[in-house]
Design a protein around this ligand. Structure first.
Ligand SMILES: [Fe+2]
Ligand SMILES: [Fe+2]
Length: 247
């Protein structure tokens, strides 16, 4: 029995692929590579958390085959929201949980458990620029309007995460793992509202995705920081092998 995580499947069985780079290299036939890895690694007793960006579909009807693909993977499947998951309105998570009851579990504003661990999660958010660089590639400024907008999204996501953490704590859970789609910090930050919340609630791990490609993989914290283990699990970073989070 084990808990696994991976993010960013970016499925498009019925929808238009909006990132042409996702046809090549590590992305070539990635659905098949990932499915085969899951069949080898994951048993029906295991739990797999999919950390956002599940589908390019604009709405649920454009995601039906993508959801079917996920349902057909072995084990229990828990999903968190990504920035591209247009099918998932955060306020309608309950309806998704009802529609896919017994097949998929949608983690937003609620929490799930694995053994004695509370699994808590939300999309998260971090300011990603645009940044302005000088000739040496050093950051000399950034888009202030984009930064203002992202501050509002960060505050909203932080409130959502706190709600879930408090619900888990109220029910007596001491062990907590936090799943975010966005990295907890951007390339300018050493800490954020999300890392501080992870410390406040003494989370064991923070798992995140969203970062694609060699130039972005190392944007945020990896490894142990202030006693908490941070891991990037975007599918292309993991080469489509889910990461074992705990036994
Ligand atoms: Fe993504
Ligand atoms: Fe993303």
């Amino acid at each position: 029995m084990a808990l696994y995580a991976i993010g960013d499947l970016h499925l498009h069985f019925q929808s238009v692929l909006k990132a042409p780079g996702q046809r090549h290299g590590v992305w070539r036939n990635h659905e098949e590579k990932f499915r085969k890895n899951c069949m080898k690694m994951i048993t029906e007793d295991d739990t797999l958390v999919l950390v956002g960006d599940h589908s390019w579909g604009k709405n649920l009807s454009e995601c039906e085959l993508d959801m079917q693909y996920i349902m057909d993977l072995p084990g229990r499947k828990i999903l968190t929201r990504g920035n591209h998951d247009m099918f998932w309105d955060a306020k309608k998570t309950k309806a998704l949980n009802e529609k896919f009851a017994g097949k998929l579990e949608f983690l937003q504003g609620n929490y799930y458990t694995y053994k004695d661990i509370a699994l808590v999660g939300t999309k998260g958010c971090t300011f990603e620029g645009p940044f302005y660089l000088n000739r040496r590639g050093q950051i000399v400024g950034w888009d202030e309007d984009a930064e203002e907008h992202s501050k509002k999204l960060v505050a909203r996501e932080a409130a959502r995460l706190r709600e879930s953490l408090e619900a888990a704590r109220a029910d007596g859970y001491q062990k907590i793992i936090i799943f975010l789609h966005y990295p907890p910090t951007n390339i300018l930050e050493k800490e954020s509202v999300f890392t501080r919340m992870a410390e406040e609630f003494r989370a064991q791990q923070v798992i995140y995705a969203h970062s694609h490609g060699d130039s972005r993989f190392y944007d945020s914290i990896m490894g142990v920081y202030h006693g908490i283990s941070y891991s990037l699990v975007s599918g292309d970073f993991l080469k489509w092998r889910p990461m074992k989070v705990v036994e």
